[in-house]
Design a protein around this ligand. Sequence first.
Ligand code: ZN
Length: 233
Amino acid sequence: MKTEQKADVLVVAAHPDDAEFGAAGSVARWSREGRRVVYVVCTDGEKGTSDRSVKVQDLAAIRRREQEAAGKRLGVGQVVFLGYPDQGLEDTPEFRKEIVRVIRLFRPDTVVTSDPYRRYLWHRDHRISGQVVLDAVFPYARDHLAYPDLLEEGLEPHKVREILFWAAEQINYKVDVTETFDLKLAALQCHESQVQGFPFTDPRTWLLDRARSVAEGESYELAEGFYRVEIPS
Ligand SMILES: [Zn+2]
């Protein structure tokens, strides 16, 4: 994994398309504002099909391509694939260290990921990745003694300023996505292999309804909602 540039925002998703559902309107907005956004996708989502004729390795390649295309629509600077098995994420020291590695490499102010505490039906990969990202941000990426070997590689400790969790049951932070809603829709539609399995037939209406209800009471029309946690300095 190579990088020459730091990221302002690091988005960590369990599967391709998670970040589009959760945060694509915000991602497009941040990109427009000049913030560099980098995606880290933990698995290739290679079990995400009900089509019995599709081979796992083919689907993995398809979904990586779809994720790259979606990222491009949103202005994402780089997409990093970690290649963990779909439906196989576990809270292991090895996975945590890998997330610490990308945080120290890209040195973001903001990390965005899935809320691990959503009840009850919640994909295990979303729950595990959210928890591991939270732990990696605080305290493991921050503390120099956490990984002396990473330090030796030149990966200095890094303090993230805030984490935004998508799919949170309780929202305390909203992003106005009125201007970037169409990009969110376009990015989501890049995930062609998934469209049939989406929990709706008309993505535009479904997304609009949700974005409108999140924006309720605000001066703008459409929003994405997050649970924001500020990291004490
Ligand atoms: Zn997912």
